[in-house]
Design a protein around this ligand. Structure first.
Ligand SMILES: [Zn+2]
Ligand SMILES: [Zn+2]
Length: 247
């Protein structure tokens, strides 16, 4: 498997990341990455971007030096089961990831399961990021079935157990195996915090292969499948990117 689209990356707008969007574009171009999603952290974590960052993302060209850039967010799941961004801003974005992050003190499996199901059913989130984080146990079967029913993608994160969320690999593979059986939609993200990691899917591909996930489940397999998925999720401001890819 070989993918040239990355759906998870952080710029210096997240203070623990180290590259600008221009540096990402230049690196993407040099590596043949045709599209990537800029998904900085929502404001509920201390290193997250201010809400104005997301409100103003429209100034970032969708086609930036011949690379397609999706304007996104990696939102934080709150104790209330909501995410840390308001609907008018979410509606302007091209892709919304949400994950369990340190703003949320881990409690118990039942609580985490309810939170994830509430987030999935909100209709506001396209991808659940790094669901294999071992700090947050939950009912994996119920979570995956709910995601499948609600057309929400599950991420295989190439940084998990490499750059962060250590000791999560086994759980990532187990969730991947279950997702392969259930037929979940899969999104792959490098979760790059510096441009040089963009498109680094070595760990993600290893997980995908061990889990037996089929290529047709993976939205990153082509620009068309990414854009079809995002359109099916109600993102309608993608015509210039579709034109760029002749779609
Ligand atoms: Zn994250
Ligand atoms: Zn991230």
């Amino acid at each position: 498997m070989n993918f040239n689209i990355d759906l998870h990356s952080h710029t210096i707008a997240s203070s623990h990341a180290y590259s600008t969007i221009g540096e990402y574009v230049a690196f993407a171009k040099s590596k043949g990455i045709v599209m990537f999603a800029n998904t900085d952290h929502g404001p509920a974590v201390p290193d997250g971007a201010h809400r104005w960052h997301f409100g103003n993302l429209k100034v970032v060209p969708h086609i930036f030096d011949n690379v397609a850039v999706l304007r996104g967010i990696e939102a934080n799941i709150l104790e209330s089961g909501q995410i840390d961004m308001d609907v008018p801003i979410l509606n302007q974005l091209d892709i919304v990831l949400a994950g369990l992050h340190p703003n949320l003190t881990p409690t118990d499996s039942d609580t985490h399961t309810k939170l994830l199901i509430k987030v999935i059913k909100s209709g506001l989130v396209d991808v659940i990021s790094h669901p294999g984080d071992i700090r947050y146990p939950y009912d994996e079967q119920a979570f995956l079935e709910c995601a499948k029913e609600n057309n929400v993608a599950i991420e295989i994160n190439s940084s998990s157990d490499v750059n962060s969320r250590f000791n999560s690999k086994e759980r990532c593979i187990r969730i991947g195996r279950m997702a392969a059986k259930i037929g979940n939609i899969i999104s792959i993200g490098s979760d790059a915090h510096i441009c040089h990691y963009l498109g680094n899917f070595e760990n993600a591909i290893d997980t995908l292969e061990k889990a037996g996930i089929k290529e047709e489940q993976i939205i990153n397999r082509s620009a068309k499948s990414v854009l079809d998925f995002l359109s099916s999720r109600g993102h309608s401001n993608l015509q210039d990117i579709k034109n760029h890819f002749g779609l």
